[in-house]
Ligand binder design. Structure first.
Ligand code: ZN
Length: 256
């Protein structure tokens, strides 16, 4: 059986016929993240992550900086806020602006050959960004995958409902950490056969296994903190605040 969060198979990340892949991660290009490209690359190396999708909110501007440090590591992606909630495109070639009608966003993703997913589709605590059941069911035949494990969901039951819909409609299933800080990267990952483009990625997803857990509510501190810092310091935040100050403020240094 494949693509289920509860699967227990023998493939491990060190088995090179499988990759360890993070499909949902934000960088400082997102309004609610301070994560620098160096931290993304370092964390992937430390945690043995073979590929990472950079899924910044409504922008692809952060991708090149990560690619420059680690060519081949990045899946170009974007988490796009439509008029009804968010969708994710993987293997994108062109940025899509926020705020377009849901169906038009999906059509633009399809036109550029992207793989289309719905992040945290039924998160009952993120109603602005979650599509919700009504919108989801309207476009279910137009998307490739549903995110059935989003590590930032506070209620596992919301992930479970997405899983049930994905199974019922024969959709591909994904997991993602929705990491807004480097330390969150790898919380929910895919173990999947290697791929090199959108089509092979789609095929690989069909043979993938999900591993992960919920992050717990504390990780929201990272995105709330990022929003405050960016509001206070504007464009100069980068020199005023680093992940190290964030870590120190949380007392993580002591815990090491
Ligand atoms: Zn996200």
């Amino acid at each position: 059986m494949t693509g289920r969060p509860d699967d227990k198979t023998t493939a491990r990340p060190h088995d090179r016929s499988y990759w360890c892949v993070e499909l949902h991660c934000h960088t400082r290009a997102s309004f609610d993240s301070l994560t620098k490209p160096e931290a993304i690359v370092r964390t992937c190396r430390e945690k043995g992550i073979d590929r990472i999708a950079i899924t910044d909110h409504n922008t692809m501007a952060g991708i090149a900086d990560v690619q420059a440090l680690a060519p081949g590591l990045v899946i170009p992606a974007e988490e796009i806020k439509t008029a009804e909630g968010e969708v994710i495109g993987w293997f994108m070639t062109e940025e899509i602006p926020r705020g377009l009608p849901l169906e038009e966003t999906i059509r633009r993703l399809r036109d550029q050959g992207a793989v289309i997913g719905v992040p945290h589709p039924l998160d009952s605590l993120r109603m602005g960004s979650a599509l919700g059941e009504e919108s989801l069911m309207r476009v279910i035949d137009q998307v490739d995958a549903l995110e059935v494990l989003n590590a930032r969901c506070l209620r596992q039951s919301d992930n479970d409902r997405a899983l049930a819909i994905a199974k019922a409609h024969g959709k591909l299933m994904t997991a993602g950490s929705d990491a807004h800080a480097a330390r969150e990267v790898g919380t929910a990952i895919m173990i999947m056969p290697p791929f090199h483009d959108a089509e092979s990625f789609r095929q690989s997803l069909a043979a993938a296994r999900i591993e992960g857990r919920l992050s717990g509510g504390y990780v929201r501190f990272h995105s709330t903190y990022a929003k405050i810092v960016k509001k206070l310091f504007g464009k100069s935040w980068d020199t005023e605040c680093t992940e190290d100050t964030l870590r120190t403020q949380r007392g993580d240094e002591k815990a090491r």
